[in-house]
Design a binder for this molecule. Sequence first.
Ligand code: PLP
Length: 445
Amino acid sequence: MYDINQVREDFPILSRKVYDKPLVYFDNAATTQKPLCVLDAMREEYLNVNANVHRGVHWMSQQATELHEQARETVRRFLNAKSTTEIVFTRGTTEGLNLVASTFADECMQEGDEVIVSTMEHHSNIVPWQLQARNKGIVLKVIPMSDDGILDMEAYKSLFTEKTRIVSVCHVSNVLGTVNPVKDIVRIAHEHGVPVMIDGAQSAPHFKVDVQDIDCDFFVFSGHKVYGPTGIGVLYGKEAWLEKLPPYQGGGEMIEHVSFEHTTFERPPLKFEAGTPDYIASHGLAVALDYVSKLGMDNIAAHEQELARYAIQRLQEIPEMKIYGKLRVEELRDENDYNRRKEGYGFDAVGKNSQLLSSNSQHSTFNSQLHDAVVSFNVGNIHHMDLGTLLDRLGIAVRTGHHCAQPLMDRLGVLGTVRASFALYNTKEEIDTLVAGIDRVRKMF
Ligand code: PLP
């Protein structure tokens, strides 16, 4: 484990005050704070080796290119991809999802072909497919979920037809914290010859992801949610898919040769990286990934698991508290939860977890019962916006609203929730502050 006090010193923003109250930052699912090493590295690069990458023969351009390509290798290691050619830099999860939706639909889908998504997707894994539905007449099919926020895997299996072309689902719900059984999802899709894209925006920051172990065809995440800068993200794609898909945007860097008659393209990953990349941000991301790797993803997972367990326990003490998703404390008591995550979260029907939960789950064979460092709730009749606004006055930053998951809100039958999301630097004392704050607001109403 790491020393939490020492870690907090790496994030100076955590010691600032808001409305004269010590900041409690629980909006980490939206974006995380940045350690000094990331800020310093980016400043250093601007100060000392700033030059455009890939195209200069001069020393500084070569240095900048080396940092950028080293960053690709750092990401490869972080995801355990086979090769750096499978790592495409994007602006973030949203761009990665759009890139695949657009190029995959162009290359591999025709009118009437189907994509499977789930009820708990972020808008960024719904709307890009809807744009393709509008352009190409493709059809969205949706994996239903239980009231507990668990994907119905039997229903998932029954969604496949001869027209299913791709499955695109989140690894972890940004609202419920449900960790989906992605290995099972991939295995079932592959049995039908269908590739799978995983939205890893809420998994990559919290536990070790191994794309080879999951065997997904595409995996996307955002740098800013993993303590890195904004404006940079990653699309992992199996080499064969990246070779097959057409370019997403045209411009510099992604071409091999251009004439007015005919243009040939670079091989992946450059084929998908038109224009000047955010090479300062890629370097910042690499430093952030090195930072979390040094702390240990297993240690981070264990720390956050403990926070989630404690938060659920404490929040349940509040009268009229409604927590969304399958977040029962008794299911979190198993100290080995985070060890299973380490395995890419794909334990199967005979896994310990299934047995643990088979008694209270109708889909125990596949169900994921873990949850990540996210807790969504409402308290009595207090409007989520009122609660969030009043907590803010106490220095507590939580997110309120639909969390870019309106179809999920519809399924839960609410307009919105309050969401507290944790990061490697949060503490139990901060959770106590949250609980006391909610109690104070509740008494006002
Ligand atoms: N997918 C999920 C599950 C998310 O939580 C988010 C952001 O909250 C996104 C996608 C979009 O990420 P970004 O805005 O960084 O592209």
